[in-house]
Design a protein around this ligand. Structure first.
Ligand SMILES: [Zn+2]
Length: 250
């Protein structure tokens, strides 16, 4: 009688819509209009712990304390987490919102790493950009994106990790989450990241706002970290920020 598959959630889950269908479905729902935060926030100048637009992930769904998402994205993540758990899949969140200062710490540490010392600035930046965003350009600044299960690509090739990503690819769209850095040879930018999922009802309009500002020349400059001067020559907005799952641009 208590078979979870008879619940409304399970029925939705089993419909397995594509990401685009899920987005269309979300678009037609009665939802609050999306409020796009100021550009400075989208460039990472946020303090999630002190901002009422964000909420902390409960310990049961995350690998450590202090992970935050925007409240709407967190609500959707928790629904997705519970649905996966019913299917025996555990979607542990490893990373969520990362402010500019945190991203700059990661970037500067890699920039000054002994292995990078012999490299010219452009090559050094390109090497870091395989997996890490330039400060100011990370989707993790937005509070809409979450890293799930493992940050090691090979962990998704077999075993539990393969089950996790297969579940996400079948079901995450129902909850508004979309894989961003897909394995697509035509995609520019970062290496594939099976762990990185984005709450598209918010991150879609946020990306649009960044692109609109960039087109108009009103996007604040990328600065305040090592090697910031190579940002323009690397076309980070065009090739990295927009180097995403082609379905997201449809
Ligand atoms: Zn990520």
């Amino acid at each position: 009688m208590d078979d979870p598959r008879t619940s409304v959630d399970a029925i939705h889950v089993n419909e397995q819509p594509t990401a685009v269908e899920a987005i269309e479905r979300l678009d037609t729902r009665e939802v609050q209009p999306v409020v796009v935060p100021p550009l400075t926030e989208l460039l990472g100048h946020v303090t999630p712990a002190k901002d009422s637009a964000f909420a902390e992930l409960p310990a049961r769904v995350s690998s450590r304390i202090g992970l935050f998402l925007r409240t709407e994205a967190l609500e959707a993540f928790l629904q997705m987490y519970d649905a996966a758990e019913k299917d025996g899949i555990i979607l542990t969140a490893l990373s969520a919102t990362r402010p500019f200062s945190h991203q700059a710490f990661i970037w500067n540490r890699k920039w000054k790493h002994p292995q990078a010392m012999g490299m010219a600035p452009l090559a050094r930046a390109r090497d870091i950009l395989k997996y890490s965003s330039m400060p100011g350009t990370s989707r993790h600044h937005w509070g809409t994106d979450v890293d799930i299960y493992s940050l090691e690509p090979s962990d998704f090739d077999a075993g539990e990790g393969a089950k996790v990503v297969a579940w996400l690819r079948s079901h995450a769209g129902t909850f508004g989450f979309v894989e961003v850095y897909t394995e697509d040879e035509h995609r520019t930018g970062y290496q594939p990241e099976a762990w990185h999922w984005s709450y598209i009802p918010l991150s879609g309009p946020f990306l649009q706002a960044i692109n609109d500002a960039n087109d108009k020349g009103t996007l604040p400059p990328l600065e305040g970290f090592e090697g910031a001067f190579v940002a323009d020559s690397l076309h980070v907005i065009r090739d990295y920020v927009n180097g995403i799952n082609a379905k997201l641009g449809e």
